[in-house]
Write a protein that binds this ligand. Sequence first.
Ligand SMILES: [Zn+2]
Length: 106
Amino acid sequence: MNCQVCKNPINTTGFYQELKERLEKAGICHSCDIWLAHWKQRNDDNVLRISGNHYIIVKDGTGLELTVRRNGKLQTVSAWHQGLIPEVFRNALPDNAQYARRIGVA
Ligand SMILES: [Zn+2]
């Protein structure tokens, strides 16, 4: 069976039963399942998409420190990086911020 979203084969080998059944029923691969979940949160304030990369801002300081420009404002945040958004999701998950130089760094 191939994924309905990205057309790659769906490989559920080694997945726990509940996940395996859910993916097979939906006809999507694990990667697309994850990116669909990000798509559902696409308008959340804690989501940053920069140059095709996906980040979720965390409040506990455990993430990567990033200085970004969003809606014309600079902000420094702590964010987890989910990786590069797959090509098939790029149009659905457009950039909503830009990288900015760290304040104080030439
Ligand atoms: Zn897929």
